[in-house]
Design a protein around this ligand. Structure first.
Ligand code: SF4
Length: 138
C-alpha cells in the first residue's frame, strides 16, 4: 500500500505544486496549501502526506525540501499535533512522554501513510516497506 494507497496522481500533484509554489513562503507552507486544495475538493490529506509524495515523486518545488528541524520534543510535538487528526493525537502525546517508543512512532507513520484509515494499515500490501512487519492493527 503506502505510496499507492494514498492515491495521489503525480501529474495532478505537479500541477498543484506549480499553482502554489509562487505564493508559498516555504516547503511546509506549500504542502499546507496543496493539502487544503485537495481537502476543499473532498479529499482529506495531511500536509505531511503531501510532503512525502512530493519527495517520492521527486517534484521540484524550488524550495529546500528539508523541513526545519525542531530543537526539542515540545516543538516536535506541536508540529506533529497540527497534522494528526484529533482522534489520533493521543498517540502524539504518548510519544512526547515516551520519545524512544518505536511502536508509537511506527503507528503514527503507518496511520499517516494510510491517511489515518486503520483498515488500510491492516490490509497494507506494501511488502517491501521496511515497516511492514512492524505495522499496527494486524
Ligand atoms: S507498513 Fe506502514 S508505512 Fe509501510 S506502506 Fe504499510 S502502512 Fe505505509
Amino acid at each position: 500500500m503506502g505510496k499507492t494507497k494514498v492515491n495521489i496522481d503525480q501529474s495532478e500533484l505537479l500541477n498543484k505544486v506549480n499553482k502554489y509554489k509562487n505564493v508559498s513562503k516555504n516547503i511546509s507552507n506549500l504542502c499546507k496549501l496543496i493539502a487544503k486544495d485537495y481537502n476543499d475538493n473532498g479529499t482529506t490529506y495531511s500536509w505531511s502526506t503531501i510532503y512525502n509524495r512530493i519527495s517520492v515523486y521527486g517534484i521540484d518545488t524550488g524550495f529546500d525540501m528539508r523541513v526545519k528541524k525542531t530543537a526539542n520534543i515540545t516543538a516536535f510535538t506541536q508540529l506533529l499535533l497540527k497534522s494528526v487528526p484529533v482522534e489520533y493525537r493521543k498517540y502524539v502525546i504518548q510519544l512526547r512522554d515516551n520519545p524512544s517508543s518505536r511502536r508509537l512512532a511506527i503507528k503514527l507513520k503507518c496511520l499517516d501513510c494510510s491517511n489515518y484509515q486503520q483498515g488500510e494499515v491492516r490490509g497494507c500490501q506494501c511488502f517491501d516497506c521496511p515497516l511492514y512487519i512492524f505495522r499496527p492493527y494486524k
